[in-house]
Design a protein. Structure first.
Length: 266
């Protein structure tokens, strides 16, 4: 029960399809470690489904719908968390999209959309939560970035690469600015992961799901993909007091892929 008595605010706590997405697994893992979890998703039904799992296991929380690109909706989620539980000890940012296109092919609209969802959302959630954590004198922020933030992955997603790199450096800046105030901020960089979101986003680049899984597993040094629980338990560690002297890091959860000499992940 590493997080007993704490409140986690998880943006992107639903899943795009059947199975376990990173945010859904993280929300449930936080609850299993004793946290009360405010589950937020663009799809209120997806947030409610995650909360249903938490409550079925004896946990507590709230389920809310919100668009993370809108400050007013984020502020309502923060207010609901404070009204319900009196504190926000963990801020978990899992929301992210990727739209296809290289530097010459991507539309201006798609570039702005990816930057808004992937980067501006993290700014807005931190802007709303950091004053709360500062008043409390403690807090942990876990931002889900991507291995694509530090290397080419084989897919023409220039806006995704740039946006996730921005999340990394934004997190470093927050970590240093708030280090003396008891607030830590870290990133997780998932590698080749078998999640509903990944299957939805890149299915068109492969003949079928089996080929996609086989090719992605082959590129990993461990010769297998990770899953949402690998990201979730890394998140629990970074949010817990076990990581009390860790801030400003990018933690790859990728089976060693970030130090391999392999080419594309695709």
């Amino acid at each position: 029960m590493r997080l007993e008595g704490r409140t986690a605010l998880v943006f992107g706590a639903g899943s795009i399809g059947e199975g376990w997405g990173n945010g859904k697994a993280a929300a449930v893992a936080y609850a299993r470690e004793g946290a009360r979890v405010v589950c937020v998703d663009l799809d209120p039904a997806a947030a409610a489904a995650t909360l249903g799992i938490i409550e079925s296991e004896g946990g507590r929380g709230l389920a809310l719908g919100a668009d993370v690109t809108k400050a007013a909706e984020i502020e309502l989620c923060v207010a609901a968390a404070l009204d319900g539980f009196g504190a926000i000890d963990i801020l978990h940012n899992n929301v992210g999209i990727n739209l296809p296109g290289g530097a010459a092919e991507a539309s201006e609209e798609s570039w702005r959309r990816v930057m808004d969802v992937n980067v501006t959302s993290v700014f807005l959630t931190c802007k709303a939560v950091l004053p709360v954590m500062e008043r409390q004198g403690r807090g942990a922020i876990v931002n889900i970035s991507s291995l694509a933030s530090i290397r080419w992955t084989g897919y023409p997603y220039v806006s995704y690469y740039a946006s996730k790199a921005a999340v990394n450096h934004f997190t470093r800046a927050v970590a240093i600015e708030y280090a003396a105030k008891g607030i830590r901020a870290n990133c997780i960089l998932p590698g080749v992961m078998d999640t509903p979101h990944v299957a939805h986003q890149i299915s068109g680049y492969h003949a079928d799901a089996d080929e996609m899984r086989a090719r992605r597993a082959a590129i990993a040094p461990m010769k297998r993909q990770g899953d949402a629980w690998d990201v979730a338990w890394a998140s629990v560690f970074l949010a817990s007091d076990e990581a009390r002297y860790i801030t400003g890091v990018e933690l790859p959860v990728d089976g060693g892929l970030h130090v391999s000499v392999s080419g594309s992940i695709g």
